[in-house]
Design a protein around this ligand. Sequence first.
Ligand SMILES: *Cc1c(COP(=O)(O)O)cnc(C)c1O
Length: 429
Amino acid sequence: MIYRRSSALFAEAQHYIPGGVNSPVRAFKAVGGNPVFVKEAKGAYLYDEDGNRLIDYIASWGPLILGHAYAPVIDAVIEKAKKGTSFGMPTEIETQLAKLAVTMVPNIDKIRFVNSGTEACMSAVRLARGFTGKDKIIKFAGCYHGHSDSFLIQAGSGAVTFGSPNSPGVTQGTAKDTLLAVYNNLESVKALAAANKGEIAAIIIEPVAGNMGCIIPEENFIKGLRELCDQEDILLIFDEVMTGFRLAKGGAQEVLGVDADIVTFGKVIGGGLPVGAFAAREEIMGHLAPDGPVYQAGTLSGNPLAMSAGLAMLTELNNNPEVFRSLADKTKYLGKGMAQVLTDNSIPFQMNRFGSMISIHFTEEPVVDFESSAKGNNAIFKKYFHGMLDQGIYLPPSAFESYFLNDALSYEDLDETIAALSNIAKDLH
Ligand SMILES: *Cc1c(COP(=O)(O)O)cnc(C)c1O
């Protein structure tokens, strides 16, 4: 495939935008080469500036679970835009989306809308601290909760890809309140809780991790966290920015059968427009301004265009919950086909899949946490990524990312993807 125009656009972008991109992982640093510039997209396909068609496995990193330019979402946004794009005053559609989200997700009474997953997680932690009167939080190595200061301590994907797990600009003061545990290792959490007894406001976790590749939580791990939080008066925050409205209507809480105290959302809840949200039961949300003392605000929060996209998206998912099964089936089919090809070619790999999240790690050891994920062979990953891209398959440009399937993908698309892998598999050594 030819990427002449993409390369020219990237060169131009680098003059005016740091690294030519507005979010680092887009720049292809982990895989080499120049990023592909998108012109438009429809359903499962991206069309780039050189006229190539790509089968898309990132779906804007998750939001576009029903495919690109999904008609009900686009129509809703267009209609709304004609009536004005922002008012800084309450609108009915905010309540409509809030009501729908609260009915779909277990265990939440109220929800506050923000503009990104980062904002949602940052605000959830402030609320947890305000509610409990405690300062420290526990996070897990390799989990990503957005780019706010408290979370840039061994965060996954972008931060890891660039080898700066502790970003300059994050103060020692901030870092000391973030304690780091090991995913799928309850003992590591218990040890931190014991050493910091009475000081921990919250444990924040991706209940199914997607930012160190897809990592499946061991059942007793998540249940054990819940018990520990109950014993020690710690709030359990599920960061469902990735899993919310993707794994099921009720997200990971529903699928894992574990209740969180605060849940954060992003990605799917905005249907492709900038929306994040955090939610909890009344007792906790009552602490938030203007009802309570914990401050949080936003000029464009609850923006009518963003709300209309979110409402159209969640309405579709709520009315057609079989889509979650259909997506999981497609993901399973893809995984099975790709695994067969890799096995037939004697390439060591691990495949982790949960619902419509999946990742391949080129390593012989099971991938259960950040350390085992980081053992993946990046030289093979680069060949794999570019080999697939050359055949029109767009995968996440980092080994630390989960793929996100969208329901517009057909079985023919999946077969084409498996065939593409088969064409390059013999070179993946
Ligand atoms: C993407 C992501 C975030 C950050 O959301 P942004 O909208 O990029 O700020 C937070 N948590 C998880 C689990 C994510 O996957």
